[in-house]
Design a protein. Structure first.
Length: 144
C-alpha cells in the first residue's frame, strides 16, 4: 500500500526549432522506491508525452536518483529466503532529449510518475511551447 506522496515537475529546455532537439527536464520529489540493480525491488517509471502520446518511459533508478534508505530483504520467497532489498530515494532528476517534429506549431509536453508500492503517483502540469524557425530558415523551409 502506497504511503508516501510524490511531486513531479517538468520544464522544456532548448531552442524550440522544428526538427531540432529540446530536453525534457523532470524532477520527482518525495520518498519513492529506486531500482539499484539486481537484487533490488523495481521502483516506478516516468512517462514522457508529446502532444498526448507517450514517447518514452524512464526507469527511476540509481543513475538518476539519490539513495536515502535501504530495507534489507524487503522481498522474500515463500520460504523466507531473501529475494531483494528495497532502496529508497527522494529526488529523481533527469533530462531526456526529444526531437521536435517538423513544422512551426504548438506542442504540449507531459511527465507522469507511476508511483510504486510505497509511493503515490504524480503528474507535472503540462508544458506548451510554440516552435519557431530562426531567421531565414523559415523561408528556406517553405521552399523545401
Amino acid at each position: 500500500m502506497a504511503d508516501s506522496t510524490t511531486g513531479t515537475s517538468l520544464s522544456v529546455e532548448g531552442q524550440p526549432t522544428p526538427g531540432k532537439v529540446v530536453y525534457a527536464h523532470v524532477v520527482v520529489t518525495g520518498s519513492h522506491i529506486v531500482f539499484a540493480g539486481p537484487g533490488t525491488v523495481f521502483g516506478g517509471t516516468v512517462d514522457l508525452s508529446l502532444d498526448g502520446n507517450v514517447i518514452a518511459r524512464v526507469q527511476v533508478d540509481i543513475t538518476n536518483t539519490n539513495q536515502t534508505k535501504v530495507d534489507p530483504c524487503a522481498a522474500q520467497l515463500f520460504d523466507g529466503t531473501c529475494k531483494a532489498d528495497r532502496v529508497y530515494g527522494d529526488h529523481t532528476e533527469f533530462r531526456y532529449p526529444i526531437t521536435l517534429p517538423a513544422g512551426a506549431k504548438q506542442h504540449t509536453f507531459g511527465a507522469a510518475f507511476s508511483g510504486d508500492t510505497k509511493s503515490h503517483s504524480s503528474a507535472a502540469p503540462n508544458v506548451t511551447i510554440q516552435t519557431v524557425y530562426p531567421g531565414i530558415a523559415a523561408a528556406i523551409s517553405l521552399l523545401d
